[in-house]
Design a protein around this ligand. Structure first.
Ligand SMILES: NS(=O)(=O)c1ccc(C(=O)NCC(F)(F)F)cc1
Ligand SMILES: [Zn+2]
Length: 260
């Protein structure tokens, strides 16, 4: 199975022109080897305060579907964990596979999940905008949450019900009052490491926080993700699946864990 992943990665249309940041030393995603991660007792619990009324809309950006938030004030913020100050929530999106056997970007001991949620935050202390923060060292924090096949996820269903309205690239639909906290596992444990955006411009500006425990979604919900399209209305339809980047080398990095 492993070799087929490699073959699939290399041949995959989305990544055939795989852009590697020339001389990149902290690229994402990575395979997190649990036994090589180092428990850091100084890591604090992650504090998350999301204001559901900052939710604005859902749109299909041609890579994934993305839920955008009003980040003009410190209303939906995270702090604590490995962070020196607070970070504002800008958007969240997902990556998934054509089938349940793959789809996540990160892996844990080479275990791959059918999908992965990314909650993207930026540092309003060192940057004046998200666009500026993507160029700053540690300008961004992305929380990664694995999705596994299991029980129906009632909180996610509200978002899934909006997907038919954003089937095509650049489609947008109003989506008000959604609390992304419902997508967080209750277990506080996480890994953290310094990495990059996993889509162009692949900038090395991300502090990654990967939750240890996955959330459960059911088959129908995953299949709704797979009904989205990479293509715009009127173009030949290409299903939006396998929108994940292949694994990147760990190079000279240590993954820290918040748990023993
Ligand atoms: N998959 S990821 O690493 O969480 C990820 C998060 C955010 C972006 C993003 O905002 N790209 C648009 C930008 F910034 F203008 F380039 C890309 C990837
Ligand atoms: Zn992502």
């Amino acid at each position: 199975a492993c070799s087929s992943y490699r073959l699939r990665d290399a041949l995959h249309p989305l990544w055939q022109s795989e852009l590697t940041v020339s001389g990149g030393t902290r690229q994402s995603p990575i395979n997190i080897q649990w036994r090589d991660s180092v428990y850091d007792p100084h890591l604090k619990p992650l504090k998350i305060h999301y204001d559901p009324t900052t939710c604005l809309y859902v749109w299909n950006n041609g890579y994934s579907f993305q839920v955008e938030f009003d980040d003009s004030a410190d209303k939906s913020v995270i702090m604590g964990g490995p962070l020196e100050n607070h970070y504002r929530l800008k958007q969240f999106h997902f990556h998934w596979g054509a089938i349940n056997e793959w789809g996540s970007e990160h892996m844990v001991d080479s275990k791959v999940y059918p999908a992965e949620l990314h909650l993207v935050h930026w540092n309003p202390v060192t940057s004046t905008s998200f666009e500026e923060a993507i160029m700053e060292n540690n300008g961004l924090v992305v929380i990664g949450v694995f999705l596994k096949l299991g029980a129906h996820h009632a909180g996610l269903q509200k978002l899934v019900d909006a997907l038919p309205a954003v089937r095509h690239k650049d489609a947008i639909v109003e989506f008000d009052v959604f609390d992304p906290c419902c997508l967080m596992p209750s277990c506080p444990d996480y890994w953290t490491y310094d990495g990059s955006l996993t889509t162009p411009p692949l900038t090395e500006s991300v502090t990654w926080i990967i939750k240890k425990t996955p959330i459960e979604v059911d088959q129908n919900q995953l299949e709704e993700f797979r009904m989205l399209l990479f293509t715009s209305a009127g173009e030949e339809e290409k299903r939006m699946v396998d929108n994940f980047r292949p694994l990147q080398p760990l190079m000279n990095r240590t993954v820290r864990s918040s748990f023993r």
